[in-house]
Write a protein that binds this ligand. Structure first.
Ligand code: UN1
Length: 514
């Protein structure tokens, strides 16, 4: 499947409108142009006319109107629409997965995996549409009944990052849709074309179902214009944002100032602990996939490896051996393990981080170079890198979105490893490899990992959609995807009904009118 054919299939041309309410697209052409370049080749794939304020108001108008219709469609009927979106995504899995690889640079297996995550969450959301349960309680008053229910929240803002250009939308939008919300999506400016493709897929379903404009909306523009307008907009009671911790902190300030709700999925600085009792046959591939998968650009990427000193040498050797076998190159080539970074800015950050590591005294065990020459003309390719480090170095405390793995030894008890793992500002994902029951249970206990995700004998990345996804501390505290994450997309209401003939007050208060 050629790129030109994929683009044609999604109706993506050389220049594309940057705003849509479903089947309709904005007309703005004079507000600047965002050009999407392949990180693999550096070539332009297509351009988008950045949305203007007028486009934003047009989209918000459509969303606000659509909400009054969508919220009253029974939830299982909304689920049926999401089921059809899931079926359409199955039809387009190959084309969309390839487009993700072209635009984002992740290898094809991961591009396809990302679309699979969209399909999985669609199926999950369909089931959820019949399970938007609240509790019922026994009232303290006679002839009274209490219960709680969940209502649609409103139009919600979804701001996504380049690294999961379509899946993160799906985790939010498809759940929010069964909850009765309408969605205003601002994708990353680095990956606008995959967003347009998704919008076109969804629009087909909406059209076939005869649904109004404004349920699934797209707005592509700068963070400082469109993003900022969304953060301030009281018509969006919830903002779900995936991005860096500094961006998240800013969003939190603006949204909290208007008492809006937030789901924040921010940076991770994820560690794997290898104890003396680790099964290295499982651990080594998990570490390598976690550290170099998506070229180190997942929030869940393994950035720190905390290794017991007794096995440090054998782990280092095994890792160097594994890293030497990695094939770096064209993400669409099925043999490639590691594609390019998103752009040359990311490459600069990779080099600067390594500069700082060297300055602190770290030793590069493998990699470290920016690649050039045939096949690497975009200058976005780097070698996956292994370095020795200390956990308290300031560079190790930060998230660098690149395939750098810090090797950090520990001695003695597993508690020492856990202390190191928790001693960073972020708290997204974590893992331990051990066959010792005590070690793994300590890791999972209240004195163990402080992260939102804690795994045993699997790596830090590649979470399934069925669990709630998100993390603590500087990761922002949000949860999306599975489990009861749906509740964030609804407004909760407690109801008390008196079916008696008296008016008893709670807490036994007497209030008698004479
Ligand atoms: C992200 O990097 O933003 O667990 C999310 C994983 C994926 C999600 C990553 N399911 O790696």
């Amino acid at each position: 499947m050629q790129l030109s054919e994929i683009l044609r299939g999604f109706g993506i041309g050389e220049y594309n409108p940057g705003a849509s309410t479903g089947g309709q697209w904005g007309k703005t052409t004079d507000h600047g142009v965002i050009t999407s370049r392949s990180p693999a080749t550096g070539e332009a794939i297509g351009s988008v006319y950045a949305a203007s304020h007028q486009d934003y108001e047009w989209v918000m108008d459509a969303a606000t109107k659509a909400f009054t219709v969508w919220r009253s469609i029974p939830a299982p009927r909304r689920g049926e629409v999401v089921r059809k979106i899931g079926l359409k995504l199955r039809e387009y899995k190959e084309a969309l997965g390839r487009l993700v690889s072209h635009e984002n640079g992740k290898i094809l297996q991961e591009g396809l995996g990302e679309v699979q995550e969209m399909i999985d969450i669609a199926d999950f959301a369909v089931g959820q549409s019949r399970q938007l349960y609240g509790f019922t309680m026994h009232s303290e008053r006679p002839a009274h009944r209490m219960y709680e229910q969940y209502h649609p929240l409103g139009p919600i803002g979804v701001i996504t990052a380049f690294n999961f250009p379509v899946a993160v939308w799906a985790w939010n939008a498809l759940l929010a849709a069964v909850c009765g919300d309408v969605i205003v999506w601002k994708p990353a400016s680095k990956t606008p074309l995959t967003a347009i493709a998704v919008q076109r897929i969804v629009a087909q379903v909406l059209h076939e179902q005869d649904l109004p404009e404004g349920i699934f909306n797209l707005i592509i523009g700068g963070g400082s214009t469109i993003g900022e307008a969304m953060l301030k907009d009281r018509r969006l009671p919830l903002i779900s944002l995936t991005g860096s911790t500094p961006v998240g902190k800013h969003a939190a300030t603006v949204v909290s100032n208007r008492l809006g709700k937030l789901i924040l999925e921010l940076g991770g600085n994820n560690a794997i602990i290898l104890t003396e009792h680790a099964d290295l046959k499982l651990a080594i591939p998990a570490v390598v996939f976690g550290a170099v998968g998506t070229a180190g650009q997942r929030c869940t990427t393994t950035r720190r490896l905390i290794v017991h000193e007794a096995i440090l040498n054998s782990v280092q050797k095994a890792l160097v051996h594994a890293y030497a076998s990695l094939r770096i190159g064209d993400p669409l080539d099925p043999k490639t393990h590691v594609g390019p970074l998103i752009d040359t800015d990311a490459v600069r950050q990779f080099s600067e981080a390594l500069e700082q590591v060297r300055h602190e005294g770290g030793e590069i065990l493998f990699g470290g170079k920016v690649l050039s020459g045939p096949g690497y003309g975009s200058r976005c390719y780097v070698e996956p890198t292994l370095v020795t480090a200390r956990n308290d170095w300031s560079i190790v405390q930060q998230e660098t979105f690149a395939p750098i793995l810090y090797l950090i030894p520990y001695t003695g008890d597993v508690r020492n490893a856990i202390a190191l793992q928790n001693a960073v500002p972020q708290g997204l994902s974590s893992a331990i490899f051990t066959n010792d029951l005590r070690e793994s249970e300590i890791f999972l206990s209240e004195i163990g990992s402080d992260c939102g995700i804690a795994n045993v004998n699997i790596g830090t990345s590649g979470a399934e959609i069925g669990g709630a996804f998100g993390g603590e501390k500087d990761t922002g505290g949000g949860r999306e995807s599975g489990s009861d994450a749906w509740k964030a997309y609804m407004r909760r209401q407690t109801n008390t009904i008196n079916f008696g003939t008296e008016l008893p007050l709670a807490q036994g208060i007497r209030f008698e009118l004479s």
